[in-house]
Design a protein around this ligand. Structure first.
Ligand SMILES: Cc1cc2nc3c(=O)[nH]c(=O)nc-3n(C[C@H](O)[C@H](O)[C@H](O)COP(=O)(O)O)c2cc1C
Length: 470
């Protein structure tokens, strides 16, 4: 059977997202990120292309590692100014029926109690199409503005996030029974109070004794997305994530990353394909290979190398303004994106060691994934080849220009993949989780969050609350 390929679109509530400088391209509309019509138009377009979802990244800080200030980031518009991702969802949900929404928020910046309610609200309003990309944050500037001297150490951020999720699972899965809302007009009872349970959480970081504020939404727990790639990050993703995002510059690196993640899932007691893995990629396509190559050259003329370095400095936690562009990437040590460093320390596919200039160039169009350039047929060949050789499930598509890059994919690549039987012609019914896995709207039984589910063992929850109260 032909292996299926899936697409997600990757965007952010800012200008040019991961393609610094390309906001100057005459066809780029990313400057319209402040207009609701940009987002509703994009959502409708992606649904026409049967994309699994729109994944909206977020950071709550500035890229001020490069040169030690945020000056270059501001000049480049490098993910600054940046606006809130969650507030975009209701409008997009109102003009679509199937598209999923993967929204990023960090575990370090908002207490889980109000956050649980906001996601339940969106899960209701989208009829179960909400996903949450769990990030632990990598920009020290974000932590500083929340009053900390610096962010927690890398692995401590994941331990903190583990407890954050535990609180959320308790609220989403373990507070309200499915039939708690009775709406009994005769008796004048809206909620059966016996069916709503205090979660009684007291941990190292959080204390949440009470009940969840929202009634159960279609998925209860939104589809959990994650992009950890360090050993601790992979363990976290394997325990929690249902969609995992990776960035790898070559097939070799991607194959190894996918292998590590699938073994991580098994080690966490889950099936190796219980999370869908999407690799970051940028597609530059047109009617013919020559037209696509010309488009690529044109994009390169607008792309900003300095913008590429601003981003990679932030991702790696190291000031690349201090390096010569022709210096080998070498042994970069950082407390930020270790996985990216590991990928770049290896030589590229051509056996040549990477230079700082290569990273700047690479990161200036679409971030740290591969670029597939060519006609619809050529790109479809690359994509199917990467899927076969690396065992990845699909691609998280960054844009060079928006919505042009997505329009091009939908015009030139999607029909070819559909003709080859490698891409869905329509959506299946139901919530985002059902569309991805087909096994019901709720978390599967082997997922860690299911432990907190109400069921046979209500006494544990009550006991937990008593223990908390005493
Ligand atoms: C495709 C992709 C998208 C990501 N989006 C975000 C994001 O929006 N916000 C964020 O803070 N981190 C984001 N990250 C960073 C990850 O959450 C994570 O910190 C990174 O992959 C490094 O993994 P590690 O923490 O295990 O070292 C993203 C990573 C990837 C690969």
């Amino acid at each position: 059977m032909t292996r299926q390929v899936r697409f997600n679109a990757f965007d952010m509530n800012c200008v040019a997202h991961q393609s610094p400088g390309l906001w100057r391209h005459p066809a780029d509309q990313s400057q319209r990120y402040t207009e609701i019509e940009y987002w509703t138009g994009l959502a409708k377009l992606l649904e026409r292309g049967v994309f699994d979802g729109l994944f909206i990244a977020d950071v709550l800080g500035t890229y001020d590692v490069y040169g030690g200030t945020d000056e270059a980031a501001l000049r480049e518009g490098a993910q600054i100014p940046v606006a809130d991702p969650l507030l975009l969802v209701s409008a997009m949900a109102a003009v679509t029926q199937h598209l999923g929404f993967g929204i990023t928020t960090g575990t370090g910046f908002e207490h889980p109690y109000p956050f649980a309610r906001r996601l339940s609200t969106l899960d209701h309003l989208t009829k179960g199409r909400i996903g949450w990309n769990v990030v632990t944050g990598y920009l020290p500037s974000a932590a500083r503005n929340f009053g900390a001297a610096d962010q927690l150490d890398h692995d401590d951020r994941y331990d903190h996030a583990d407890e954050y999720l535990e609180v959320l699972y308790k609220l989403w899965e373990g507070s309200w029974e499915d039939d708690a809302v009775v709406r009994d007009r005769e008796r004048g009872v809206y909620v059966d109070a016996d069916k709503v349970h205090h979660v009684g959480h007291r941990g190292k970081h959080f204390s949440v004794p009470g009940i969840h504020l929202s009634e159960p939404s279609p998925q209860r727990t939104p589809v959990i997305y994650q992009a950890g790639a360090s050993p601790r990050g992979v363990r976290f993703a394997s325990e929690h994530a249902e969609a995992i995002f990776v960035a790898a510059p070559s097939k070799r690196v991607l194959k190894e990353t996918v292998r590590r993640i699938r073994s991580g899932l098994v080690a966490a007691g889950r099936a190796p394909y219980s999370a869908r893995i999407y690799a970051l990629a940028t597609i530059i396509t047109d009617r013919s290979d020559a037209a696509a190559a010309a488009k690529h050259e044109e994009f390169k003329r607008y792309a900003s190398l300095e913008g590429g370095l601003v981003f990679t400095s932030g991702w790696m936690g190291i000031d690349l303004s201090r390096y010569d562009l022709d210096e080998p990437i070498g042994n970069v040590e950082s407390n930020a994106i270790r996985s990216a460093v590991a990928a770049f320390q290896e030589s590229g596919d051509d056996g040549r060691e990477w230079l700082v200039r290569d990273i700047a160039e690479w990161a200036s169009i679409g971030g740290l994934g591969p670029r597939f350039v060519g006609s619809g047929n050529t790109v479809a060949d690359h994509i199917q080849n990467w899927v076969t050789e690396t065992d990845v499930d699909g691609f998280n598509l960054a844009y060079a220009i928006t919505p042009g890059s997505f329009e091009d994919v939908i015009t030139h690549v999607v029909p070819v993949l559909q003709e080859r039987g490698a891409y869905p012609a329509t959506y299946s019914q139901g919530s985002l989780r059902e569309k991805l896995f087909g096994n019901g709207a709720r978390l599967p039984d082997d997922h860690r969050g299911a432990r907190y589910r109400l069921g046979g063992d209500l006494s544990t929850i009550t006991a937990r609350y008593r223990a908390y109260a005493s």
